[in-house]
Design a protein around this ligand. Sequence first.
Ligand SMILES: Nc1ncnc2c1ncn2[C@@H]1O[C@H](COP(=O)(O)OP(=O)(O)OP(=O)(O)O)[C@@H](O)[C@H]1O
Ligand SMILES: [Mg+2]
Length: 409
Amino acid sequence: MASRAEITVALDVGTHRTAVLVAQRVAGTPRITGVGTAPSRGLRRGAVVNIEATVHSIESAVREAERMADCNIRAVLVALGGSHIRSLDTSGMTPIHRHEVDLEDIDRVHAVARAVAVPEDREVVHVLPQDYVVDGQAGIRDPYGMTGVRLEVRAHVLTAARGAVQNLVRCCNRAGLEASQVVVAPIASAHAVLTPEEREIGAVMVDIGGGTTEIVAVRGGAVRRVSVVGLGGGHVTGDIATGLRTTGTEAERIKLRHGHALAAAVRAGEHIEVNGIGGHEPRMLSRQVLAEIIEPRAEEILSLVRERLEESDLIGALPAGVVLTGGSASLPGLVELGEKVFRLPVRLGEPHRIAGVGDVVSGPMWATAIGLLELAGEESDDFELPDGLPAGVVTRFRNRMGDWLREFF
Ligand SMILES: Nc1ncnc2c1ncn2[C@@H]1O[C@H](COP(=O)(O)OP(=O)(O)OP(=O)(O)O)[C@@H](O)[C@H]1O
Ligand SMILES: [Mg+2]
């Protein structure tokens, strides 16, 4: 059985599905040895609303992954989702003690930026440096070793509802797991799908899941905005169930098999079979009618993303365009619809393939879990856990995550 020290485990508790990946690191390169999934039943718009049901999903997914990897999972990196996640710009300033910036100065200036005032019921989850200023000279990516008397950092702070973080950690604990690190889900997804060029030139990662749509705008190698819209593929399924007067299960099946986000792109005359409710005979339906139900909801979701980007004046600052990921990004026609809504280049973002049992782990629905595994490879100690978690339930996982974020975001 693989020992605990050798493995890294990513846990993505999504609204639609709970996913676990177990990876072993050989010379720094992860290799997936275990995969587990279970339907999620205890979340709404990315946040836990039913502890029992969520613990049950986590336990099922973890057991499956443990069996495949032949290991015992004790600690996990867990993705935090939900429309309660917000982001804001902040800054910090400190004197440079020995007139040459060292790691202590950098730690201190991060601590100042982190001390931003947030309401009682919220907490700071991450501080993502954007750039540094030494004696008024701005635009410095890495101030280490620079001469000066005053160091400033401009950073982006991610905050979350305190209760939502605690509920997620509690579910992990109740499932017998230690949450060694909580990472905001869209940050993990963005890491998995954005290329270095896109991060530099300016692009936005849009992860459309089951209950939420997560947005990360990146430019100049730094995160500029993180936002979560409380709508996702589950709402599309709900519309289909209502529109076709059928069950949620049947609506989901039809969406996955025949769904299209652009009614105009569907050939007229194509028909699909819909199972009736309560013993009613199956009936035939035009596929265009199905697309006419899907399109307005898909357009609404993408338009809300566009609005969030406009609010922060970012829409004109993202020439590399939009990268769609998350399970719902697989919906045919969504890329084309996105090009109409954003008037920017749009592509489908598939996470990198990781060696091992990687065949199962492919496609945009894996972006968050794969991003978590990749982030775990980098060590840091300034990527702190949220404050206010029950003592003893969370250990601080010292890894290079913060350094990575400094480098790429
Ligand atoms: N091929 C497909 N076509 C259309 N939709 C799909 C496809 N595959 C998966 N989906 C949809 O993707 C959604 C699930 O995606 P994902 O696993 O990324 O969500 P999640 O992480 O559980 O939810 P969230 O991130 O919103 O909390 C479901 O609504 C599902 O119907
Ligand atoms: Mg998700």
